[in-house]
Write a protein that binds this ligand. Structure first.
Ligand code: SAH
Length: 217
């Protein structure tokens, strides 16, 4: 990347975060992370000029990179603290993963599409982010690494999988879109005791579906 392009993208990112603030993203640390992560490097070259528009875009394998507003909104709900241990379900392009790493979290991310997993696992360290990437069915969570401070699901689920609730620390936060294929409610679920969870609905969104099993090509 030459310097001119670097500055050009920095300017575009500044405009993007100004827009996110107007849309209600208030958490300064989240805004700062979005301002730093080079979203254009996560997109296919066909869409590179759209990288800083507040839109979702195709990333291959029939999946999409989430809209920046959605990434900012979910991240804000998580209230990420430095060194938080976070499980992310649905690595996709790795963009959301990078935002969590930028906030200083220890990220464990799972993707069911081999092609996307391979790409993100290779690319994220190249730009200085070092999450633990896993290929597998995220419906299971990651029992070997549980419990987590936070769990973030970036695909729409029909119901809240019990595994995610069980793998959350007491006081931990789970952010998950739940609904049908057309739209989902963003749920913030806080584990208040061993058995109790507080659930809050935080608006309506559209995600690609959370699917079980893996795709190996
Ligand atoms: N956070 C990603 C969003 C990608 S879209 C980004 O910013 O690019 C959601 C992703 O979830 C897709 O890549 C899809 O393959 C993945 N996914 C769906 N069901 C899954 C499951 N059961 N386990 C792991 N990943 C899953």
């Amino acid at each position: 990347m030459n310097l001119n392009n670097g500055l050009r993208y920095e300017g575009m990112r500044k405009k993007l975060v100004d827009g996110l603030k107007i849309k209600g993203i208030r958490n300064e640390k989240v805004v700062e992370a979005i301002r730093k992560v080079p979203r254009h490097l996560f997109m296919e070259s066909t869409f590179i000029n759209f990288a800083y528009k507040d839109q979702a875009f195709p990333i291959g394998a029939g999946q999409t990179i989430s809209q920046p507003y959605t990434v900012a909104f979910q991240t804000q709900l998580l209230q990420v603290k430095k060194n938080d241990k976070i499980l992310e379900i649905g690595t996709g392009s790795g963009y959301q993963t990078a935002v969590l790493c930028e906030l200083g979290a220890k990220v464990f991310t799972v993707e069911r599409q081999k092609e996307l997993y391979v790409k993100a696992q290779g690319f994220l360290p190249e730009i200085g982010y070092n999450p633990a990437c896993f290929f597998g069915d995220g419906y299971k969570g990651l029992p070997a690494f549980a419990p987590f401070d936070k769990i973030l699901v970036t695909a729409g689920a029909p119901t809240v999988p019990e595994n995610f609730k069980q793998q959350l620390k007491i006081g931990g936060r789970l952010v998950i879109p739940v609904g049908n294929e057309k739209h989902q409610d963003m749920l913030l679920i806080i584990r208040t005791t061993e058995e109790d969870y507080k659930i809050e609905k935080c608006g309506s969104f559209v995600f690609v579906p959370l699917l079980s099993g893996t795709v190996n090509f």
